[in-house]
Design a protein around this ligand. Structure first.
Ligand SMILES: [Zn+2]
Length: 55
């Protein structure tokens, strides 16, 4: 697991991700994958991974 630069999907979700191992982040199709926070909030799964130092 590793922390990566913030990324999100171009689809209308409300979250961005920072963990390579995030299951939600991993489901983003490559054509919709884009960098940055996109003025969204941090994904709860990423937040938990960071808190548990698994990210
Ligand atoms: Zn995430």
């Amino acid at each position: 697991m590793a922390k990566v630069n913030p990324y999100h999907t171009k689809k209308s979700t409300e979250v961005y991700h920072v963990c390579k191992g995030c299951t939600v982040g991993n489901n983003i199709e490559s054509e919709n994958h884009t960098g940055g926070k996109g003025r969204k909030r941090l994904c709860s799964i990423c937040e938990q991974l960071v808190r548990e130092r698994k990210c």
